[in-house]
Design a protein around this ligand. Structure first.
Ligand code: NAD
Length: 503
C-alpha cells in the first residue's frame, strides 16, 4: 500500500494504491508544454490476472447483497463525489489531457447522478413475472450479474464515461476493472478514492496501453466488456469478445453531421456550431465535423461562424482559454493530414489551418473552418477528432439529409431549424443513435447513448445501459409435481386426431 503519487506507477486494488509489479512504464507528458507530469505502469497479463482474481472473490460477496444494500452503497459513492473536493482530479485531467479546467470540473460535477439512477433502477425491478402458460406453474425471470466486467476507456471524457458503465455494472452486482487511456490514467487513479466506500476489490484500476487492454478482454475471467474508443480498436475488441461469446458494449467513434437549414435561427445556430465543432478542441465523440449549409443562408452563416471562431482563446487548460491542445502529436498530425488533403483537392481554409505561432511548444492547433469541401475528401470520410469544421453548400434540405447519411459512422447528428416539419423529418431520417435539434451535444442519464452503423454496438445509460451488465434466467417452479398431459407416452388420440401438442 502507498499514497497517491503521479510518478509512482500505481494501480488501484483492494481500495488501496500499490506500486505496479511491472517494470514497463509510460511517461505522461503535458500536451500543452510537454512537461513530465507523471509515470504510469504498463501492467502485464500476469498482474492483470491477479487483479481480476481479487475482483472475482469480491464479487462473490457483492452478488449476494440485497438490492437495497447495494443501492445504499451506490448512493454513498454519489455523495462522496458531490461533497468531495474534485479539484485535484480536475487539475490532473488538465495536466495530462489538456482539457480546459472549467470543463474538467464540469465533467466531474456531472458524475454523481448516474450512481443514484442505477442504484434505484436495479432496486425497482429485478425481473419479470408474466402471465403463466400453465395453471399452478410459477413462471418468471430474474436478473443475474455476469461476474467481473472490464471497462476500457478513452482519453476525452475519462471519468464520466467510466462512471456510466461502472455504476450500471455495480448496480447489477458485478465487480469492475477499469483500464483508462494512457493519456488520462493519473486522474482516473486519483478518482478511485471515491470507490473506497465499496467493499475492497469491487472496483480496481490497472494502467497500460493496448496490451494491457487486450489482456483484460481476452481473459477467461472477464465476463463482460465495456469499451469506449475508436472504431478500429472497438472492432478488434468486438471480435475478441465474439470468440468467447462475451457480451460487449462498443461505443466507437463518429463523424457527426450538422445541418443548417434555410430556416435556421442564425443568432443561435452560429454559437451552437462553434460549441459543437470546437468544444474540447473537437475531441468529443459527437463533435460536429461535417456541416451541410443551405445555399440561401450559406454566405451569412460562414461569415458569422468564422468571425466567432476567430474569437476563441487558445492556451493551456489552467489559463483563461476555451481551446486547449490536442491530446497527442499523432492526433495533431492526423488533423494536419486531413486539412492538407482537403486543400490539395480544392477546399479553402476560412480560418485556422495552422499551429498557433505563439504556442509551438505543445500540441495546439487553431480551430479551422474549411469550405468548398466535397463528399469524397478524406475529411468527410474519416473521423478528424480535432478542431476542424468542414462545410458543404447544399441546395435543399433533402440533399443535406442524403449527404449527412453518406458515411459509415452513425453516432450523433444535429440540425438547426425553426421548421417543425424539418425537425421531425431530420429525427426520422438521420441514421444515428442520437439526433439533436437546436441543442447539440447534450446527453441524459435516462436515455440510451450509442451509435448506429460502425459507431458501435449496445447502449450506455438508460435502462439498456443497466441490462448490458445483467443476464436473465427464466424460472419455472411447480411446487406440486404433476405428470403433464403432453409427456410420453403419446395417446393414440394424439397420433390419429392431428391434435399434436406443441411446446
Ligand atoms: P482508442 O481507441 O485509441 O483507445 C481507447 C482505449 O482502448 C484506450 O484505453 C486504449 O489504451 C485501449 N486500447 C487500444 N488498443 C487496444 C487493444 N488492441 N485492445 C484493448 N484495448 C486497447 O481511443 P481514444 O483515442 O482514447 O479515444 C478517442 C476515440 O473514442 C474517438 O474515436 C471517439 O470518437 C471515441 N469515443 C466514443 C465515445 C462514444 O460514446 N461512442 C465516447 C468517447 C470517445
Amino acid at each position: 500500500m502507498t499514497n497517491f503519487d503521479p510518478y509512482s506507477r500505481l494501480i488501484f486494488l483492494d481500495n488501496e494504491y500499490h506500486v505496479s509489479q511491472s517494470p514497463n512504464q509510460h511517461k505522461v507528458l503535458n500536451p500543452a508544454n510537454l512537461n513530465h507530469e507523471g509515470t504510469i505502469a504498463l501492467c502485464s497479463t500476469q498482474e492483470v490476472e491477479q487483479v481480476i482474481s481479487r475482483a472475482k472473490e469480491a464479487q462473490q460477496e457483492w452478488k449476494r447483497e440485497d438490492e437495497k444494500n447495494r443501492a445504499r452503497i451506490l448512493h454513498q459513492i454519489a455523495s462522496s463525489i458531490e461533497d468531495g473536493d474534485l479539484s485535484e482530479v480536475a487539475r490532473l485531467m488538465v495536466l495530462e489531457e489538456g482539457k480546459p479546467y472549467p470543463e474538467a470540473i464540469g465533467e466531474l460535477a456531472n458524475c454523481a447522478p448516474i450512481f443514484r439512477y442505477y442504484a434505484e433502477m436495479a432496486r425497482d425491478e429485478g425481473g419479470l413475472l408474466p402471465g403463466t402458460t400453465q395453471t399452478g406453474s410459477f413462471q418468471f425471470s430474474k436478473y443475474f450479474p455476469y461476474g467481473v466486467s472490464a471497462h476500457i476507456m478513452p482519453f476525452n471524457y475519462p471519468i464520466i464515461v467510466m462512471c456510466w458503465t461502472v455504476a450500471a455494472s455495480l448496480a447489477a452486482g458485478n465487480a469492475c476493472i477499469v483500464k483508462p487511456s494512457e493519456a488520462t490514467s493519473l486522474c482516473t487513479l486519483k478518482f478511485m478514492d471515491h470507490f473506497k466506500i465499496l467493499p475492497p476489490g469491487l472496483v480496481n484500476c490497472v494502467t497500460g496501453g493496448a496490451e494491457t487492454g487486450q489482456a483484460l478482454v481476452e481473459s477467461k475471467n472477464i465476463n463482460a466488456v465495456a469499451f469506449t474508443g475508436s472504431v478500429e480498436v472497438g472492432r478488434s475488441i468486438a471480435v475478441s469478445c465474439a470468440r468467447q461469446m462475451k457480451p460487449a458494449i462498443i461505443e466507437a467513434g463518429g463523424s457527426d453531421p450538422m445541418i443548417i437549414s434555410q430556416h435556421a435561427p442564425l443568432d443561435v445556430a452560429v454559437p451552437g456550431c462553434v460549441m459543437s465543432a470546437f468544444h474540447l478542441s473537437g475531441q468529443i465523440c459527437v463533435s460536429s465535423e461535417r456541416f451541410f449549409v443551405h445555399e440561401a443562408i450559406y454566405d451569412e452563416f460562414v461569415q458569422c461562424f468564422v468571425a466567432m471562431t476567430k474569437q476563441l482563446r487558445i492556451g493551456p487548460g489552467l489559463e483563461e482559454s476555451e481551446i486547449g491542445p490536442l491530446v497527442s502529436e499523432s492526433a495533431r498530425e492526423k488533423v494536419i493530414r486531413l486539412i492538407e488533403d482537403a486543400v490539395r483537392n480544392g477546399a479553402t481554409i476560412e480560418c485556422g489551418g495552422r499551429i498557433p505561432p505563439q504556442l509551438t511548444q505543445g500540441w495546439f492547433y487553431e480551430p479551422t473552418i474549411l469550405t468548398g469541401v466535397t463528399k469524397d475528401m478524406a475529411v468527410m470520410r474519416e473521423e478528424s477528432f480535432g478542431p476542424v469544421a468542414a462545410i458543404c453548400k447544399v441546395r435543399s434540405f433533402e440533399e443535406a439529409l442524403d449527404l449527412a447519411n453518406n458515411t459509415d459512422f452513425g453516432l450523433g447528428a444535429s440540425i438547426f431549424t425553426t421548421s417543425m416539419d424539418e425537425a421531425f423529418k431530420a429525427y426520422n431520417t438521420l441514421e444515428a443513435g442520437m439526433v439533436w435539434v437546436n441543442n447539440p451535444l447534450i446527453d441524459n442519464d435516462a436515455l440510451p447513448f450509442g451509435g448506429w452503423k460502425m459507431s458501435g454496438i449496445g447502449r450506455e445509460m438508460g435502462r439498456q445501459g443497466l441490462d448490458a451488465f445483467r443476464q436473465t434466467k427464466m424460472g419455472v417452479i411447480d411446487t406440486k409435481p404433476e405428470i403433464q398431459d403432453w409427456w410420453y407416452p403419446y395417446s393414440d388420440d394424439w397420433f390419429y386426431s392431428g391434435k399434436g401438442r406443441q411446446v
